[in-house]
Design a protein around this ligand. Structure first.
Ligand code: PRP
Ligand code: MN
Ligand code: MG
Length: 178
């Protein structure tokens, strides 16, 4: 699989160091708040798994699965909920965990939805941020790394469902996706 990569953008060591740092910051932020960490399937899985192990506080986890409605050109930002939470979020401190924020539509929608559901707070931690892709104005509270306008895979991020299991973030060779 490494032979499918044009380059490695972020190494396994760099990711793990960053996850530890974020875990410490978030532990401080959320101690005594019993936060509910919500992973957005499927991409968030590796980051979520490593992040919660780096947090030494009481916390709970849950997952959502969503998909974008219609095509890329819709500006409504509406997302379809494929799997909702099993937890009532009223009064809870919710922390969304994402692998990447691109247009921002997924999280902008979920954030609004959770405010409507009366969560006490709704914040976002993402391993990667692609600011060049942003289509809606959205505050991201904690970001691991900024990535350039390239198609990145690994550590949860897929191309046609593959490469999620790579421990690093890389860019595919053009012949792989053409
Ligand atoms: C990707 C990624 C984020 C979302 C970000 O998920 O994991 O969840 O897109 O894009 P946005 O900021 O433009 O909304 P995807 O829908 O590909 O599903 P997956 O996680 O199952 O791969
Ligand atoms: Mn995703
Ligand atoms: Mg995907």
């Amino acid at each position: 699989m490494k032979s499918d990569m044009e380059k490695i953008l972020i190494s396994e060591e760099e990711i793990q160091k960053k996850v530890q740092e974020l875990g410490e910051i978030l532990s401080e932020e959320y101690k005594d708040k019993n936060p509910l960490l919500v992973g957005v399937l499927k991409g968030a899985l590796p980051f979520m798994a490593d992040l919660i192990k780096a947090m030494e506080i009481y916390l709970e986890i849950d997952f959502m699965d969503v998909s974008s409605y219609g095509n890329e050109t819709t500006s409504s930002g509406e997302v379809k909920i494929l799997k909702d939470l099993d937890t009532n979020v009223e009064g809870r401190h919710v922390l969304f965990v994402e692998d990447i924020i691109d247009t921002g539509r997924t999280l902008a929608y979920l954030k609004d939805m959770f405010k409507y559901r009366k969560a006490a707070s709704v914040k976002i931690v993402t391993l990667l941020d692609k600011p060049s892709g942003r289509a809606v104005d959205m505050t991201v509270d904690w970001i691991g790394f900024e990535v350039p306008h390239e198609f990145v895979v690994g550590y949860g991020l897929d191309f046609a469902e593959r490469y999620r299991n790579l421990p690093y973030i890389g860019v595919l060779k053009p012949e792989i996706y053409q």
